[in-house]
Write a protein that binds this ligand. Structure first.
Ligand code: GDP
Ligand code: MN
Length: 376
């Protein structure tokens, strides 16, 4: 789960990480009051689930009140377009005390699946071009895999900062690591983490992603969820208890089992098409669940056809066929539906579909599925 920068900064404060003074503003009519309370110079920042806001016009520094009001109303009404997140309507801005920057560092913690450990990453070339640094000067980015107790100093020393600044940076790193562990974050990133002209360390940006599987023990984090920022189809799927991820292709797929769903997406690609989604309906899907899954698939406006690939183990094929038949009849689905079933009662399942009076293409195996999808 993602949260906004302003929310992440609230959590930073709880952990003793310095952040600038700021105020959140959600309405055009509140802008003047908010700017007044922060004063100038100030920074106006779009609050959307996207990085690279600076390069997309979503972060602006205002030296005086006039500019602050102008930027604030512009950013609060804008649709931010970034290479990372596509188009995002801005609904909230953060108005922040501008900080005099001496140097921009980069700091993050990510989960390294290969090493099965949290990894600490730091660079003295932080800021908006960190991606470029990673490509052109990878030697400027230092990584430390944390297996046991975390001693940030051994890595921070490599940056060649003064000992006073190194110590303050290490304190921020320890605080952020504590947050990562206690709150089950999968990613914590501060870019830039700045050294101010007054030689303080301060987080000017804040990004936190949390492990969805651990949210049951973090009610405070769950409350921060901003449904407006989530993909509407994915949000609906979460509410229905379906494992669904929206993709860019045109072939909707409904599969039981995550591995089979991945393989199915490969099959679609082999047929020269792209999957419209990932959808795992799970082992014991009820017919209600199947109908809900179908509703979700057909609300995708890019849809060209639906491919159902089911291995009937616990879920019997005849039971599935009933669910699919009802869903298609109830929802008046008109696009082609290709069904491959294997396993328990597959003949009975095929009979139900073939005798339903509805248009199905029941294929005998994946090779035939590829041929049918290719010809769409
Ligand atoms: P991002 O582009 O979405 O990562 O947004 P950031 O919050 O990182 O802001 C982009 C850039 O704006 C930063 O890298 C800073 O260079 C600059 N910036 C943000 N806040 C301040 C500030 O208080 N003072 C100054 N001088 N620059 C700032
Ligand atoms: Mn940033």
């Amino acid at each position: 789960m993602k949260i906004h920068e302003y929310q992440a900064k609230e959590i930073f404060k709880q952990y003793g990480i310095n952040v600038p003074n700021s105020i959140l503003c959600e309405k055009l009519e509140d802008i003047e009051k908010c700017v007044q309370s922060i004063g100038t110079p100030c920074v106006i920042k779009a609050q959307v689930y996207s990085g690279a806001r600076g390069k997309s016009g979503g972060v602006k520094i205002a030296q005086n009140k006039e500019n602050a009001l102008k930027y604030a109303s512009e950013i609060l009404s804008m649709v931010l377009v970034s290479p990372q997140a596509g188009m995002k309507k801005v609904n909230k801005i953060l108005i922040e005390n501008a900080v005099d920057i001496q140097k921009e560092l980069y700091m993050s913690f990510t989960f390294d699946r290969t090493n099965e450990a949290v990894t600490f990453i730091i660079s003295e070339q932080g800021g908006m071009d960190i991606e470029e640094t990673a490509v052109k000067n990878p030697e400027k980015i230092f990584k430390q895999v944390i297996y046991d107790t975390f001693y940030p100093m051994e890595t921070i020393e490599k940056l060649g900062l003064s000992s006073d600044i190194s110590e303050k940076t290490a304190k921020a790193a320890e605080a952020l690591y504590k947050l990562v562990i206690e709150k089950d974050a999968l990613l914590a990133e501060i870019n830039p983490l700045v050294i101010t002209k007054q030689n303080e360390i301060m987080a000017l940006d804040a990004k936190l992603n949390f492990d969805d599987n651990a949210l049951f023990r973090h009610e405070d984090i769950l409350l921060m969820k901003d449904e407006k920022e989530e993909n509407p189809l994915e949000l609906q799927a979460q509410k229905l208890g379906l494992n669904y991820i929206k993709l860019d292709g045109t072939i909707g797929c409904m599969v039981n089992g995550a591995g089979l769903a991945m393989a199915t997406m490969d099959i679609i690609k082999l047929a020269g098409k792209e999957a419209a989604n990932f959808l795992d309906v799970g082992g014991g899907a009820s017919s209600e669940k199947i109908e809900n899954a179908f509703k979700l698939l057909i609300s995708d406006k890019n849809l060209e056809a639906v491919f159902i690939n089911i291995f009937g183990g616990i879920l019997r094929c005849d039971f599935l066929a009933e669910g699919v038949k009802n869903a298609i009849a109830n929802l008046k689905i008109e696009c082609p539906v290709i069904v491959r079933m294997e396993g328990t009662n597959k003949e009975a399942g095929a009979d139900i579909l073939n005798n339903s009076g509805l248009k199905f293409t029941v294929v005998k195996d994946l090779n035939e599925a590829i041929e049918v999808i290719r010809k769409l």
